[in-house]
Design a protein around this ligand. Structure first.
Ligand code: ACM
Length: 526
């Protein structure tokens, strides 16, 4: 019996030794995602103990407090934060002007036997350095309650890191399914852990208006609650109050994430016309319902011939801009059918008065007018790639989604516009894994094929969408998003020469355990 056990052990050992050899960092238990730009592994380890303290200058106290809050629940150590500590077991955070070449988000992380040093040009970089540090601990460090019997040991490393792209985003559809504040915070936490920095909140669409607007309380009174004849569960109802949004914006900003609000116009706005029929081309009655399928709920465009529509959205956007500090304000613009405009006397008169040759030019005229207003408030307009139909303004940022229309990206960049890449082919996380497996997300390269000669300065980065008309519960949404979003995070952060699917898959195995600790559901090996 003993000999058999010995032989089995030998076979096991032999098979382990014959595992394909990937980059050393995974072998040594270093599974940081996204992969840093430069990483060297040194001999030795650092141990976090009850005697460790955090050394920090006055300018980084808030980051030190965040670091302590991250480490204390699982370790049980409430690390002291001090400005002057001569030596000992230390984690030091420091801003250095000489690191300006790493930009706002870059950082260095140096771990030796004696201390941990995170340096950066700006606090944002320090925060990303803290995320890499968290990822180097045993993943039990993510637990909310004290974990006994784990040694909090870090490998000694030198890391120099900065993102490839400045836009690394996720769009969540809050209209079709209302996701509450704690769910949003869970996503913000997970996004920060993977160094993503933009959360686009799709707050309005045909199936519901989810943001308090003081001037028009009817929007949320009528378009965030649904007629019981449709048997919608109560949890589909709901909207964000202004206080909720202020809390979320603060929560996200402390984690390097900008919340980009999206108010969808001029298409996908049945809910506005349900509440204010006067903003339609035809003053008729419609019903809205968060389930876009199975009922006669059509997407319909607003009448842009009527001056009242501009007045209304100027008022709405003024409140949105006051509430969200984001540099970018997303105004939708996708899938506007324009069929009603063809028959509407107001829209036809507008086209004639403005010398517009077709309905595409009418949309473009509308978007430009809205953009001027957004710009007058010191913000930039971003919209889905249809905002280029009928002529793109020189200053709007385009969110590219319709795979196969690369000419839009080429044209926009040639004109000097910025573009965010959110193609259906790779980044639509409501699509099944059979269509977009994680490996396909990971394989995305913005400058391949038709876009290889595009000026990279105008490609701000990458973003994924989660449209919520199919998967409408938290576990189902989580499984659609994770682990694909982890692959997207690496596409957005890591230079392409440092990306490797086999290596990523090994690190992903470690990340699955981290997701367990964060109470996030995921699809394993898909
Ligand atoms: C979109 O998926 N309609 C932007």
């Amino acid at each position: 019996m003993k000999i058999r056990v010995f032989v089995s052990l030998l076979i096991l050992l032999f098979s382990i030794l014959n595992e394909p050899v990937f980059a050393g960092e995974v072998q040594k238990g270093i599974s940081i995602v996204p992969m840093p730009q430069e990483l060297s592994i040194l001999n030795g380890t650092f141990e976090l103990t009850g005697k460790t303290s955090i050394k920090v200058g006055h300018d980084l106290i808030a980051k030190a407090e965040q670091l302590r809050a991250y480490l204390s629940p699982a370790s049980g150590y409430l690390l002291p934060i001090n400005k002057k500590i001569a030596g000992g077991n230390l984690i030091e955070l420091k801003l250095l002007v000489e690191l300006s070449s790493l930009g706002e988000e870059g950082y260095k992380l140096n771990i030796s036997n004696k201390n941990v040093l995170i340096t950066a040009y700006k606090p944002k970089g320090i925060f990303w350095g803290i995320q890499s540090l968290r990822q180097l601990f045993p993943n039990e460090i993510l637990r909310e309650a004290q974990v006994d019997g784990v040694k909090w040991i870090l490998p000694c490393v030198n890391i120099t890191d900065k993102p490839r792209f400045s836009w690394r985003g996720l769009m969540i559809d809050y209209s079709r399914t209302f996701w509450n504040k704690s769910h949003s915070k869970k996503y913000i936490d997970a996004m920060a852990y993977y160094k993503m920095n933009k959360l686009q909140m799709h707050l309005t669409d045909d199936q519901g208006w989810r943001l308090q607007i003081d001037k028009y309380p009817e929007l949320t009174e009528k378009a965030s609650k649904f007629d019981t004849i449709y048997h919608e569960p109560k949890e589909r109802e709901g909207f964000y109050t202004k206080d909720d949004i202020r809390e979320l914006v603060r929560y996200a900003a402390a984690r390097n994430i900008d919340i980009v609000p999206e108010i969808e116009i001029p298409g996908h706005s049945s809910e506005v016309q349900y509440v204010f029929p006067g903003l339609s081309c035809i003053d008729d009655t419609i019903v809205i319902h968060p389930d876009g399928y199975g009922y006669k709920v059509n997407t319909r465009e607003l009448c842009v011939g009527k001056e009242a529509t501009f007045e209304f959205f100027k008022n709405v956007l003024s409140e949105v801009i006051e509430l969200f500090p984001s540099r970018y304000i997303h105004t939708g613009g996708d899938e506007c059918s324009k069929e009603r405009w063809k028959k509407c006397p107001f829209d036809q008169k507008r086209m004639k008065d403005e010398g517009l040759k077709d309905e595409n030019e009418l949309q473009s005229w509308f978007v430009r007018r809205i953009e001027k207003f957004v710009n007058s408030k010191g913000r930039k307009l971003i919209g889905w790639d249809e905002i280029s139909q009928g002529g793109l303004s020189k200053s709007a940022t385009v969110m590219y989604w319709r795979t196969g229309n690369e000419a839009i990206v080429l044209g926009a960049v040639k004109q000097g516009n910025d573009v965010v890449m959110n193609p259906t082919s790779h980044f639509y996380f409501d699509y099944p894994y059979e269509t977009i497996p994680t490996q396909k997300v990971y394989s995305y390269e913005p400058f391949s094929d038709k876009l290889k000669d595009v000026n990279p300065e105008h490609i701000l980065g990458v973003q994924s969408c989660f449209w919520s008309h199919i998967d409408r519960t938290e576990p189902r949404m989580d499984r659609q998003v994770f682990p694909r979003i982890i692959a997207l995070a690496e596409v957005g952060w890591t230079e392409s020469q440092n990306r490797n699917w086999d290596n990523f898959s090994l690190r992903l195995n470690h990340q699955y355990k981290s997701l367990d600790m964060m109470d996030i559901y995921y699809m394993e090996n898909k």
